[in-house]
Design a protein around this ligand. Sequence first.
Ligand code: BES
Ligand code: ZN
Length: 780
Amino acid sequence: MEFLGSLNDRLAGFYRSSYKDATGETRWLATTQFQPTDARRAFPCFDEPALKATFNITIVHLSNMTSLSNMPIISASNLKADDTWVADYFGSTVRMSTYLLAFIVSDFKGNGTEKGIEFSVWSREAVLDTTAYALDVGPKILQFYEGFFNVKYPLPKTDMVAIPDFSAGAMENWGLITYRETALLYDKRYSSASNKQRVATVISHELAHQWFGNLVTPKWWDDLWLNEGFASYVEYLGVAAVHSDWMMDEQFVLDDLQDVMELDCLKTSHPISLPVRHPDEINEIFDRISYGKGASIIRMMKYFLGEANFRKGLMNYLNAKKFDNAVQDDLWKHLTDVQKGNNPIDVKSVMDSWTLQTGYPVVTIIRDYSTETATVEQTRFLLERGGEGGISSVSQWEIPFTYTDSLNPNWKPETKLWLHKTNGTIKNLPGPKHWIVGNVQEVGYYRVNYDEHNWQLLVQQFLDDHEKIHTINRAQIIDDSLDLARAGLLNYHLALNITLYLKKENNYLPWKAAMHGFSFIDSMICRSAIYGKWKKYLIEQLKPMYDKLGWEGSPDENILITYTRGSTLGWMCLYGYEDCVQKAQEKFNAWKQNPENVEIISPNLRSLVFCTAVKHGGEEAWEFLWERYKAAQIASEKDKFMYALACAKEPWLLTRYLNWSLSSDSGIRRQDGSYVFRSVGAKLYGRDLTFNYIRDKWNVIFERYGKSFFAISGLLKSVTSSLNTQFELRQLKDFYKQNKNNLGTAKRAFEQSVENAEANVRWMETNYAKLVSWLENTNP
Ligand code: BES
Ligand code: ZN
């Protein structure tokens, strides 16, 4: 079949990318991104995941370049007498789906190891030395998975390549994994600890797909969550295998579970598993529900099955289905069959309740202190109850419920009570002096509410000796209570009272949960009269940590301490705490005199220092950073400048920045443009302006980013998430109505924005006054 495909600029299908070499000359490369439905842009094929085949690929290219594909090259021949063109013949692939094919023609250089299988990392030559970290952890994580799944990696090689223009973060093409540069390259002079964790995490995620997704593939995209949810869970195990001190279990709870619960409490959320057909619908499910909720319910399942059964079931599933396709029921079957004893858990009936229904429950524990029992009741947790839609909130989940109490605290998450789509009771509780806590280590995908007295006991425990409660559960209680209050299910004063203890909290996790909850409140009130008092309260809470951690870390400190410092300084500078702003400016000025000196500002503080400097430094600081942005060679350094440039207060600087982000001629790549919108739109000074801008230029923006779900949904969310007046809500609804039939992959994200704004308006009506009265009574 003859077919002419074009090498396009749209970061999808077979597309081109470029960079400037050391002499400033533009170098081109050709690469692919096929998932989910773009292999057909490169060559004619039956482009569906269930239709597996073996592929023989030949690439003809200029002889001064290198080609790569899923398999190694088995032979090559020159095509012309003058040697300008070569043909590379790749070995036949294993049986696989089209979306996992890949090929690249570039002048990249690679670094390789040989450890059982061949493993190489490729990049443009100027940054080749920053591939070392990936080359160190990659093979180790691959080996970890071989052991974990007990299935050998079936290909003779793995290549990982850093592509200068890349739509998503990374793509798991079998044997030829592609990344955006920030997700693969690590430079210890410029990259922060969180950049490093991101690299490890993305590598771990894509390597997990080599089994989960590549070896066993969902029959159709409606089971995408199996791929993404699974990889999003085991990526933490893979990273933990190489960085045991990064507390990956703890980080999971915040970055995935609590993160997605905030989205999944909307009526416009959707079930994990749902029918999809049009490519726009397929792209649309690469969302937090497939990733974060998928990962969270898989983690929950690991705990109720036990680690041994979980792993054994997975192994059996992978072995039974390798080089083939599967649906979620296949996995449930293997996980059920593997259990010994008379009472195996029917995994399908449990998991169907989590994958086929939208949302999740709040479990309310009402204690009877005279009989030392409690009733345990489940209802759907909704940010907004009632209203249109008449969403039912009857009990409908199979909940593996865990709890403990202060008399005999036991923080092992063992299921103590199954709520089979029903409510339940618990007995033999301690007396009225002792609290109980449900959802131990937050292994379950649900929130917990209590009767008032139990809440008071918890508030008191936090104030007296918070360490008696497990770190994860401190973060859980903070997150649950603030969100329960936000949804009108808990007295706001009580939730805020829990946060009073924070000045004594040394741990990252509870702080992060709190700051996340606070950033919502912040976004609601940052233009209101009470904001001064609110800032004062937070500065008071943060100050002990600020004094304790200071500005300089030690090289061998735990990564969570580094994160805590970064976030503490970030908030203190944002709130204009004088010492913080001053120090940031001092550092900035010292660096400005000598910008090649990387020692002056630690990579962990660079974003914060640059942002503070731009905010307080106006045009001059902005121009300086913009020049640095354009000159920067290291992608993670570029990202930090890009973030900081959004911190300006001057509307004209921000508008110009948005203009520039829409054209690659400015030096901002297409892959990064939506990040500029996200950053400007999320800031106090940029928000209104960005909201106006996107409504004014929606067609241009949609044309540029509409096909990339990550880009367009992230942009919408950040620009609209703090709209909270009737007037703004109306504007948002009008905007939605005007574009309703042409929203592509952004349809659901748009609906979620509207619902969120409605909830914000309600929040202002019902909770603003409560916050004011609390601040007035509490503030020092
Ligand atoms: N399979 C996805 C890449 C992808 C995303 C393809 C959207 C098509 C549409 C890949 O495995 C992935 O999930 N990448 C993540 C990184 C990961 C660590 C969550 C990404 O790109 O952000
Ligand atoms: Zn993935």
